[in-house]
Design a binder for this molecule. Structure first.
Ligand code: TEU
Length: 561
């Protein structure tokens, strides 16, 4: 019998990137105690769950996604006592904590890998994916690593290559090996017994590799479609079902899997509750709508029609499963720059984006700083970027002969570092309240104007809008349960949809235009019967079918049937 209940359906998750959240010991790096200090702030926002990016022992080649010891906390972030304290103090406020687990790969400094690379016949030899060179000595196939170069690295100790889908220092684990799987389940149970409330599971859709390791079509390398050999592989559902039975089912927890290259049909297999795998997944379709010739790093602007099609497809397709809802995270640029208007309507468009997302069906995720409408970071030069992905992409674009203006623009628009600058707690101090010493990565020059202290002092700030969105989700069942229906299919500026249960109806109207636009509701929607729950403009009065929407206006209407 599973112990899992559905509390995560009513929850709002706040993602904390520990390295950049709050530095309590003034070493320039955020830490667990720093999170404890700010729990009241998160409580005020109204969130229910905190997701912490990886805090385990790690050489930090990929900021913690390269774990060298699953059982130890990275001293940069604190220790187990700090985590216990965070759990206790969060739980007192009815906030749950989920940890980010990376079980597709480890660090090359993990003791399993250090042993594995020594020989072909020790206990850990088969914990990773080793392949013989081709007869000419070259790599087993043409897969490229996510952060650049071949996905295979030669190791003379075994005269073999090992697979790494990400950085060279992140060797992929061999999930075909039952002993490896049991080692992982044991570790998961350890942290759940420790008191954590669930996991965010990194690149979980990549665990089961196709055992014929096929070459990928060369044209696919930019979009990382080489994942064809590793995404949603033959045994993935078997592994996750086993994980559920061995671990998840024994606790009342939340699980969210990150699933690159996964479509709605596949996502239903992961999240259909009757299949006993995961509660929800992070899909990537809406993150791909502004890709260009180098994939993610591009200057292409998304089309509203694509966004509508994709989000609606996921809303409808996961009716039986469950959606996660997100605009941003530690791998993505800031939403207001990407989907809104960071120049003239930063506040309006940040509120509009929050409104559109939070009224949908699924569990909303807020990435730190999103709740104050943080925008992308105008780093003064390419040298300021720290992220391993960005450095790889810059190199790739330079090699391809791309001009520097484009490289700068693409990095400004897409680098992961946009999300990783220190959270600005105020606009006055030298390091904006994050730390007393120089942070590991520069503060954004925008912090002077966009910071938490100012947001809390301004009753019209994005913060209070998010707070209200959270309240609405808590107070109206239709936001959790209602069936989703897109009603503005063909409008080029407006994204409008309804949510409906037998008792209630919700109407959400959002403009993506920087001009005033007309929008007319279809005949069957009787707007007179609705009340306005929230708008991002004051004095919104019209209750007729014909709207004249302000730039980036977003309104939520409600009625009891
Ligand atoms: O990201 C997985 C992933 O699909 C990345 O390629 C992601 O698409 C990319 O960062 C977007 O630009 C996860 C983590 O979220 C990321 O931080 C890690 O670097 C990666 O796995 C490897 O563990």
């Amino acid at each position: 019998m599973s112990k899992q209940s559905n509390w995560w359906k009513n929850s709002i998750v706040y993602q904390v990137y520990p390295k950049s959240f709050n530095d309590s010991n003034n070493d320039g790096v955020g830490d667990i105690k720093g999170i404890v200090q700010k729990l009241d702030y998160l409580d005020k926002l109204g969130i229910d769950v905190i997701w912490l990016n990886p805090i385990f022992q790690s050489p930090m080649v990929d900021n913690g996604y390269d774990i060298s010891d699953y059982y130890e906390i990275n001293p940069l972030f604190g220790d187990k006592k700090d985590l216990k304290e965070l759990l206790e103090k969060a739980h007192k406020r009815k906030i749950k904590i989920i940890l980010d687990l990376v079980v597709n790969h480890t660090s090359d400094q993990h003791k399993w890998f250090l042993e594995s690379k020594k020989s072909k016949d020790n206990k850990y030899s088969d914990y990773y994916i080793w392949k013989n060179p081709k007869p000419d000595g070259s790599a087993p196939n043409n897969w490229e690593a996510s952060f650049g170069g071949s996905a295979w690295e030669y190791c003379s100790g075994r005269d073999q290559y090992y697979l790494h889908c990400f950085a060279t220092q992140q060797p992929d684990l061999n999930w075909e090996n039952p002993e490896l799987r049991e080692s992982i389940y044991q570790m998961m149970r350890y942290w759940l017994d420790f008191g954590v409330d669930g996991f965010r599971l990194d690149v979980i859709s990549l665990l089961s590799k196709r055992q014929d390791f096929p070459d990928s079509p060369p044209e696919d390398t930019n979009t990382k479609n080489y994942y064809i050999g590793v995404s949603n592989g033959p045994r993935i559902h078997e592994f996750l079902n086993e994980m559920y039975n061995e671990v998840f089912s024994k606790y009342d927890i939340m699980t969210v899997g990150e699933t690159p290259n996964t479509n709605v049909k596949q996502a239903l297999l992961y999240t259909d509750p009757s299949r006993d795998e995961l509660n929800m997944v992070f899909q990537f379709d809406h993150m791909h709508i502004d890709y260009g010739k180098y994939g993610k790093f591009s200057d292409v602007r998304f089309k509203l029609s694509d966004l509508k099609n994709i989000l609606s497809n996921w809303q409808e397709g996961l009716e039986k499963g469950w959606n996660s809802l997100y605009w941003s995270n530690h791998d993505q640029p800031r939403a207001v720059t990407r989907f809104g208007n960071e120049n003239n309507y930063r506040i309006e468009s940040a509120k509009m984006l929050g409104t559109l997302l939070h009224m949908m069906k699924g569990t909303p995720f807020i990435f730190q700083g999103e709740e104050i409408g943080m925008k992308n970071v105008p780093f003064s030069s390419l040298k300021e970027y720290k992220d391993v992905e960005t450095l790889g992409e810059i190199e790739k674009m330079k090699k391809a002969g791309e001009n520097i203006k484009f490289i700068k623009e693409a990095s400004y628009l897409k680098s992961r570092d946009n999300a990783r600058t220190p959270l600005p707690w105020n606009g006055d101090d030298l390091y904006h309240g994050f730390s007393d010493v120089e942070p590991w990565i520069q503060n954004s020059p925008d912090d002077i104007n966009i910071n938490i202290k100012d947001a809390l002092l301004d009753e019209n700030s994005v913060f209070y809008h998010y707070q209200k969105l959270i309240e609405i989700r808590k107070n109206y069942d239709v936001v959790i349960e209602g069936k989703y229906k897109l009603i503005s299919q063909s409008d080029s500026d407006v994204y409008a949809y309804m949510r409906e249960t037998d008792e209630e109806e919700l109407l959400v109207v959002c403009s993506f235009s920087d001009k005033k636009v007309n929008y007319t509701l279809s005949k069957d929607i009787n707007i007179e019967k609705f009340e306005l729950l929230l708008s991002n403009y004051p004095n919104v009065t019209y209750f007729s079918k014909h709207f004249l929407l302000n730039p980036y206006e977003a309104n939520i209407y409600y009625r009891k049937k």
